[in-house]
Design a protein around this ligand. Structure first.
Ligand SMILES: *Cc1c(COP(=O)(O)O)cnc(C)c1O
Length: 395
């Protein structure tokens, strides 16, 4: 396309062929034609590319890739994981409705469930995520519109029995929404296991480089997707094209990154299990994992995830001392990057609980959470060993 009109700049590119990589369409708006007007008047402008809060080709490229990773028909990109979660829940719930939600959820999701949804007249009933009978009892007693849980919990790394909870949802006519951020579609594809909608923080493993905040909503239900998209348009949590490019680019290596990180996590888990100074290792690859057997086989049949929790002898003070001595792992919140990130639940993700509440939630003193990166298992094992040895006198 060539133009010599000075009022239509940027159209004189010389390439005759297509770019290999999707361009960043850093534009808010697109020229209108008869097809755009027909879509605006026909669907409210959901399909056509005409304004970037509705649709943008770079954002669409990222969405298509997330959907492909899930083997699902449709993904919608959002400004953050929380935008994905809040927009989805506010699409499915209205005043007078009930949501049955897991007790073990991400901190800001917990806030949304405890404070924001009740303020809108939505009843929130909490259950132990790993007790299928509890989901069933709550669903029968309350007739919820939505069941909500996380496929892999933080930092206990317990698995939601997605096929069983999906069956409960179907039996009461509710939708099952799951947050798959920790597990990722590399390890589990919840739509194939019966979930209606998957919400994810693409900030973490999907984008994978700790450089962009982003989210995604994925479903096989076109009507539901259109409903979520309509709320995203009115609530405004859309993804920026530049962020979409970073997410798309990160996902180019999703498979190889996750294969390496999951395999390294399993090796580190195995080696650390027998290490002096370590009381317990929690990883879904371990035979002493509480969900080992049927649930792990159904929900995470192949790779077992890149998240790992260690419980150190000597409690939280020891774990803080170990954290500060790490040379490879970085002391930081978040997960899913190229670099291994180490954090301690008691002073970050779960600081607002009492020690008793943490214990009740399966977070004992001395628990260290690791998001395994790409440094290689040997470097990480050596790093943990030197940090644990250097703090041996502390315990
Ligand atoms: C980080 C995270 C979120 C929130 O995602 P943002 O991209 O930070 O908004 C939600 N759920 C889980 C499990 C997370 O780890």
């Amino acid at each position: 396309m060539t133009s010599t009109n000075p009022y239509r700049p940027g159209r004189d590119h010389t390439s005759r062929t297509y770019p290999v990589i999707p361009p960043i369409y850093q534009t808010t708006t697109f020229e209108l034609d008869d097809t755009s007007y027909a879509d605006i008047q026909g669907t409210g402008g959901l399909r056509e590319t005409w304004y970037s809060r509705f649709n943008n080709p770079t954002v669409d490229a990222a969405a298509a890739e997330v959907a492909r990773l899930h083997g699902a028909s449709r993904s919608i990109m959002t400004a953050s994981g929380m935008a994905a979660i809040a927009t989805t829940l506010l699409t499915l719930l209205r005043s007078g409705d009930t949501v049955v939600a897991s007790k073990q959820v991400y901190g800001d999701t917990d806030d949304l469930l405890q404070r924001d949804l009740p303020a809108l007249g939505i009843t929130v009933v909490r259950v132990d995520a790993f007790d299928t009978a509890a989901w069933e009892r709550a669903a029968r007693a309350h007739g919820p519109a939505v069941l909500y849980g996380e496929t892999l919990s933080n930092p206990q790394l317990r698995l939601l029995d997605v096929p069983a909870v999906a069956a409960v949802a179907r039996s009461v006519g509710a939708r099952l929404v799951v947050d798959n951020t920790f597990a990722t579609p590399f390890c589990t594809r919840p739509i194939e296991l019966g979930a209606d909608i998957v919400v994810e923080s693409a900030t973490k493993f999907l984008a994978g480089h700790s450089d962009v905040v982003a989210g995604a909503v994925t479903t096989d239900d076109e009507e539901l997707a259109a409903e979520v998209q309509r709320r995203l348009i009115t609530f405004g949590g859309c993804m920026d094209p530049h962020a979409a490019f970073l997410v798309w680019r990160g996902m180019r290596t999703f498979g190889v990154r996750l294969a390496e990180a999951c395999s390294a996590a399993e090796i580190v888990a195995t080696k650390m299990a027998d290490e002096p100074g370590i009381d317990h290792v929690r990883h879904p690859s371990r035979l002493d994992h509480p969900d080992a057997g049927a649930v792990v086989d159904a929900v995470m049949p192949h790779a077992k995830g890149a998240m790992l929790s260690l419980v150190l002898a000597g409690g939280d003070e020891r774990v803080l001392a170990v954290l500060r001595r790490l040379r490879v792992g970085v002391e930081a919140t978040s997960l899913g990057g190229v670099e291994t990130l180490a954090s301690v639940p008691f002073n970050s993700s779960h600081f607002n609980m009492t020690p008793e509440q943490r214990l009740d939630a399966g977070i004992p003193p001395g628990m260290l959470r690791l998001s395994i990166g790409l440094e290689g298992a040997d470097a990480l094992v050596d790093d943990l060993r030197q940090a644990i040895a250097a703090t041996a006198h502390d315990s």
